[in-house]
Design a protein around this ligand. Sequence first.
Ligand SMILES: NC(=O)c1ccc[n+]([C@@H]2O[C@H](COP(=O)([O-])OP(=O)(O)OC[C@H]3O[C@@H](n4cnc5c(N)ncnc54)[C@H](OP(=O)(O)O)[C@@H]3O)[C@@H](O)[C@H]2O)c1
Length: 245
Amino acid sequence: MPEAETIWIIGASDGIGAALARAYARRGARLILSARSGEALQDLATTLGTGHIALPLDVADRATIEAAAARIAQIGPLDRVVHLAALYDPGKISDLAPDTATQIIAVNLTGSFHIAQIAPPLLRKGGQLALCGSVAGYFGLPQGQIYSATKAAVINLVQSLRAEMGGRCDVRLINPGFVDTRLTRRNDFHMPAMVTPQEAAQAIIDGLNGKRFEVHFPRRLTWPLKLLRILPYWASLPITRRLTQ
Ligand SMILES: NC(=O)c1ccc[n+]([C@@H]2O[C@H](COP(=O)([O-])OP(=O)(O)OC[C@H]3O[C@@H](n4cnc5c(N)ncnc54)[C@H](OP(=O)(O)O)[C@@H]3O)[C@@H](O)[C@H]2O)c1
C-alpha cells in the first residue's frame, strides 16, 4: 500500500480548491489547506476528517506565506503543491478601478511568483508544483481584464519555472475553462462548456497524475481557444471583436 500523499492546496477555502481538497481527501491524502479565510479552512479541514491542517495566508503578503512554509517544513516534505488562489473582477479596461487592478496583479501574478520561489524547497525530490493559469490567458478576449493579463503572465511564469527547475521538481500548469464557482458567477455573459468544481477537480487530479505539462479542460472549449492563439491576427482579431457585440 503506497504511503498517503501530503498535499498543500493554496486557494482551498472555496470553488475548485475546496472541491480538489475533498477529492484528494477521499483518496487518502493528508492536506494542508490555505487561503485567507481561516474559519472556512478550519471547517473544511474538520469535515474532511483527521490529520488535515488549516494554514491561513494571503498570497499577496509574502511574510504570511513564509510563516506557513516554516510550519510546513516541520511537518515534512510535500508530495504536491497546488496553487489556485486568485481574484477576478469582470469588466472592460475602460471601467477598471486602478486600485482593483493593482490588487489583482498582487494576488494573481505576484502571489504566483512568491509560491514559485517558496514552495519548491518544501517538496520531496521529484515532488509536484502546479500553478493555475486560465484559458483567459491564451489570447486577449473582451471583458475580464486585468485578470486575463495576469493569467497570461502566470502561464509564462510557469513555462520559465519548468525550464529553470530542470526536473528537480515536477512543474505543471493548470488552465481551466469555465467552472461554476463564485468567480464565474460574477459574469453576465454566456459561458460555453461550463463544468462543475467537482468535474474540474477530477480533471486536475487526472491531469496531474498524467505526464503532460499543461492540464487543460474541458477540451471542447480549450482546443478552439488554442486555435485562436495560433491564427494570424488578421483572422483572430475580427473574431474577438465580434465577441464584444
Ligand atoms: N472558475 C473558473 O471558471 C476558472 C476558470 C479558469 C481559471 N480559474 C482559476 O482557478 C483558480 C480557482 O478559481 P475558483 O473559480 O475556484 O475561484 P474561487 O471560488 O473564487 O476560489 C478562489 C480561492 O482563492 C483564495 N484566495 C483569493 N485571494 C487570495 C489571497 N490573496 N490569498 C490566499 N488565497 C486567496 C480564495 O479564498 P479566500 O477568499 O478565503 O482567500 C479561494 O479559496 C483561480 O486561479 C482561477 O483564476 C477559474
